[in-house]
Design a protein around this ligand. Structure first.
Ligand code: SAM
Length: 244
């Protein structure tokens, strides 16, 4: 899955990024691993490409306040050594007090906010939405509202990753890029409001996200793990390779 993102999506994001930059939204981000995984991979690719730095913003949202607090803290147990290369641990984490903490530079690129996808206004002008393992929590009716909403807020080109467990079920506005990983591209075309409601996309997530919190509350990492989050890097061809 991550290999497919690297092949099919990230280069196109970097190509069109330019001065307008790249905006990624991870709804149902749980404790943040997916957001940081994408941020790390795109940062590495940008550096490898030799292109000029460009603005990048990664928005992680979740209905669980406690998950969001953990994501903001960016502290993970030493067990992540199994799935993240030593080089990346050294580059993107500080190892203090028995935990690995995401570096401040990377945390500054990531904004986490509580958000319920079934009720709250979506982010706008997004280049990539990564929404893995969230739809199973929703009713069929809520799922049917979610996909048109994702299509509405995606830029063109814009991409949606659902992961192998979920499907866009032939939604007309989304073209399949990778059937196995369930990666879709927004089809060019008219941007129509997906349903009649009071729904209004947020004008700018940076200004609407809550202010950064103070020090994270004491909370064991195992609570986060039990929510069901995972590093995208667990894909063998992804950035889990300890050789990288
Ligand atoms: C299994 S986790 C997925 C985490 C991450 N996307 C991954 O695949 O590693 C599902 C997350 O969806 C969140 N969630 C459930 N219903 C939600 C909703 N209506 N709006 C936003 N988040 C929701 C849960 O709190 C949980 O953190």
């Amino acid at each position: 899955m991550f290999e497919s993102l690297k092949r099919n999506v990230f280069p196109r994001l970097l190509e069109r990024g330019g001065s307008s930059g790249i905006r990624v939204w991870v709804p149902g981000c749980s404790t943040g691993e997916e957001v940081y995984s994408i941020a790390i991979c795109l940062s590495d690719l940008l550096e490898e490409s030799g292109a000029a730095r460009m603005p990048m913003r990664f928005f992680g949202t979740d209905a669980s306040e406690i998950a969001i607090q953990t994501a903001r803290a960016g502290c993970y147990p030493e067990g992540i050594e199994e799935s993240i290369s030593t080089a990346r641990l050294q580059k993107y984490f500080t190892h203090v007090g028995g935990v690995y903490r995401i570096s401040k530079e990377l945390r500054d690129l990531c904004v986490f906010a509580p958000h319920d996808v079934t009720r709250d206004p979506p982010f706008s002008r997004v280049d990539l939405i990564s929404c893995r393992n969230l739809m199973i929590y929703l009713t069929t009716a809520a799922q049917d509202r979610l996909l048109p909403m994702f299509q509405y807020v995606l830029n063109t080109p814009g991409f949606l990753l659902l992961g192998p467990a979920e499907t866009a079920r032939g939604h007309a506005g989304l073209v399949v890029l990778d059937e196995h990983s369930r990666i879709y591209a927004r089809s060019p075309g008219e941007r129509k409001l997906p349903f009649v409601s009071t729904f209004q996309p947020l004008p700018d997530p940076v200004t609407t996200a809550p202010a950064p919190p103070g020090p994270p509350p004491p909370r064991s990492i195992s609570e986060g793990t039990s929510i069901g989050c995972s590093w995208i890097s667990t894909h063998p061809a992804g950035w889990s390779s300890r050789a990288t």
